[in-house]
Design a protein around this ligand. Structure first.
Ligand SMILES: Cc1cc2nc3c(=O)[nH]c(=O)nc-3n(C[C@H](O)[C@H](O)[C@H](O)COP(=O)(O)OP(=O)(O)OC[C@H]3O[C@@H](n4cnc5c(N)ncnc54)[C@H](O)[C@@H]3O)c2cc1C
Length: 229
């Protein structure tokens, strides 16, 4: 059993570029200039201005011409469920049907003490005990292992797993959808775990891809991000 008090990690696996060496924003410019057949205006530095113009005028369909694949590790299943609500994103998620979870790993909010025996549990025989978050996870692990020993396959034993169980997910979508996801999931209203992971990804992608995500400003001691225009 392991209690994780972090919000997981991201790893950018791929960012779509052109076959002739175009950067993501040069690729977007190349595709975008098809509309007015203005490819002759492509020059050193023109992609930045062109993509900023698209972004600021809300011509975001053109930004769809580049995409990014990101792996998220050691996040909770609750977080991955939030990702898979985004219908324009392609996810591949760790399976609780096929992966054995006998070594239970669970994400606990970093501002909570997992050893605080805060919960009063009434046992079937009427006895009352005080149980901590960590102890509850331990009991959950014992229950899962017992079911597995009783020859329950993982896809059946998983029914008793908590939503905080650690999961891995890889997601791919175009930059327009990433912008939408950053807007929703970096917001102050988002859950702390997904907000923390997404703000960290936003900072990373802002350092790798100019212009496209620059209108998001990361702020605050508990970082969040919002569009500035
Ligand atoms: C703070 C927060 C709290 C939430 N709380 C809840 C909750 O309590 N319960 C709950 O069920 N969900 C909740 N959600 C999830 C939320 O309802 C959305 O399912 C999720 O954020 C995906 O948003 P989306 O549909 O805009 O994005 P995506 O699915 O990523 O789609 C992107 C955009 O494409 C367009 N689009 C996609 N599919 C269609 C379609 N079929 N028809 C028309 N346009 C489409 C829309 O413009 C959409 O905004 C919450 C989300 C947030 C951020």
């Amino acid at each position: 059993m392991e209690i994780l008090q972090t919000a997981g990690k991201h790893q950018i696996l791929a960012i779509m570029v052109g076959l002739d060496g175009e950067t993501p924003i040069e690729l977007i410019e190349l595709a975008g200039r098809t509309a007015y057949q203005s490819q002759d205006k492509i020059s050193e530095g023109s992609a930045k201005k062109f993509v900023a113009m698209l972004r600021d005028r809300g011509h975001e369909s053109v930004i769809e011409h580049s995409a990014m694949t990101v792996g998220f590790s050691d996040v909770s299943r609750g977080l991955t469920h939030e990702y898979v609500r985004h219908r324009l994103m392609s996810p591949t998620e760790e399976s609780t049907r096929y992966v054995d979870e006998s070594n239970l790993r669970v994400v606990c909010p970093p501002d909570k003490d997992p050893d605080d025996r805060i919960a009063r549990i009434v046992l079937p025989d009427g006895h009352e005990i005080n149980v901590s978050f960590a102890q509850w996870v331990g009991l959950n692990e014992q229950m899962y292992r017992s079911l597995r020993q009783a020859e329950w396959v993982p896809e059946d034993a998983r029914q008793i797993l908590p939503i905080g169980i650690v999961a891995q997910i890889v997601v791919t979508c175009n930059f327009r959808e990433w912008r939408h996801i950053f807007e929703l999931r970096c917001s102050k209203r988002a859950h702390w775990e997904i907000r923390s992971v997404m703000v960290s990804l936003l900072a990373d992608v802002q350092s790798r891809v100019p212009v496209v995500f620059d209108d998001f400003k990361i702020d605050g001691s508990v970082p969040y991000a919002a569009k500035t225009s």
